[in-house]
Design a protein around this ligand. Structure first.
Ligand code: PGA
Length: 254
C-alpha cells in the first residue's frame, strides 16, 4: 500500500506576508488530513527558513524546488547544495521540473545527478518527468519519458529507492488542460512497468504523482486511478482552500 503524497509547488510566487497568511490557512485545516496523506509544501529557497520555522509543530513536510547537482561546497554562484537544504530543515526536493528542463536547459544527466546529490544528503527527490505536446503528437512520449528515467537508472537503480516520481505532461502545466484520468493512468502504468524491468520491488513501492492543472474538481478522479499516488500541485497550491480540498481528495482515495 503506497501512502498518498500531495506536494505544493509554489514556484516563484509570494512574499513573507502572503506566505504567512497561506500557512495559517493550511495549518488550521490540514492536521487531520496529514494522518493519512503526506502533505509537502515547496516554497522558493529564500522562504524555506521562514516556512520551516512555522511548520515546526505541524506534520507538513518542507520541500525545496531545486538543488545543485554539486555535492561538495565550492565556487558555484547562486547554487544551493542538498546538505544546505537538509541543514535548514527540508526533507524533500523537486528535481527536473519541466520549467527547468525546458526553460533553463537542464539535461537528463544533470537531473539524474541532482537525484543522487539529494539522496546522499538524506533528502527525498521528487523527480519530474513528462513530454512536450509535440513529443506526444509525434509518438515519442514513451521514449522521452524512458530516457528521463534511464539517466537515473544509469547512475544506479537504487537511486529510485524512496524517491518519488511526478509525471507532468508539459502541455498540462499551468494551461488549465489536464490529462484525463485514463491518459494519466496509462503513463503512470508505463513508468511503473519500465522500472519493473529493473526492480519489481522498487516499481511496486515507488510513489508516482500526477501534476498539471490539478484542481479541487479533478483531483478526486485522478487520484482514484490505480497507479496515481497523489499530486504535484502548482497554481492551486497557492490557495489554502483549493490545496486543502485537493489533499482531502487524496485522503478519501486512501
Ligand atoms: P500547475 O503546475 O498545477 O499550475 O499546472 C504543476 C507543476 O508545475 O508542478
Amino acid at each position: 500500500m503506497r501512502r498518498p503524497l500531495v506536494a505544493g509547488n509554489w514556484k516563484m510566487n509570494g512574499n513573507s506576508e502572503s506566505i504567512r497568511v497561506l500557512l495559517a490557512g493550511l495549518e488550521n485545516t490540514l492536521a487531520e488530513i496529514c494522518q493519512s496523506v503526506d502533505v509537502a509544501v515547496c516554497p522558493p529557497h529564500v522562504y524555506l527558513d521562514q516556512v520551516g520555522r512555522s511548520l515546526q509543530d505541524s506534520e507538513m513536510i518542507l520541500g525545496a524546488q531545486d538543488v545543485s547537482r554539486h555535492v561538495e561546497d565550492g565556487a558555484y554562484t547562486g547554487e544551493c547544495s542538498a546538505n544546505m537544504l537538509k541543514d535548514i530543515g527540508c526533507s524533500m526536493v523537486i528535481v527536473g521540473h519541466s520549467e527547468r528542463r525546458h526553460g533553463l536547459g537542464e539535461t537528463n544527466d544533470w537531473v539524474a545527478e541532482k537525484v543522487v546529490a539529494a539522496r546522499k544528503a538524506g533528502l527525498t527527490p521528487i523527480l519530474c518527468v513528462g513530454e512536450l505536446l509535440e513529443e506526444r503528437e509525434t509518438g515519442r512520449m514513451q521514449s522521452v519519458i524512458e530516457g528521463q528515467l534511464q539517466a537515473v537508472i544509469d547512475l544506479g537503480m537504487e537511486n529510485f529507492e524512496g524517491t518519488v516520481i511526478a509525471y507532468e505532461p508539459v502541455w498540462a502545466i499551468g494551461t488549465g488542460k489536464t490529462a484525463s484520468p485514463e491518459q494519466a493512468q496509462e503513463v503512470h502504468a508505463m513508468i511503473r512497468a519500465y522500472l519493473a524491468g529493473f526492480s519489481q520491488g522498487i516499481a511496486q513501492d515507488i510513489r508516482i504523482l500526477y501534476g498539471g492543472s490539478v484542481k479541487p474538481d479533478n483531483a478526486g478522479t485522478l487520484f482514484a486511478m490505480q497507479d496515481i499516488d497523489g499530486g504535484l500541485i502548482g497554481g492551486a497550491s497557492l490557495s489554502a482552500d483549493d490545496f486543502t480540498a485537493i489533499c482531502q481528495a487524496a485522503c478519501q482515495d486512501g
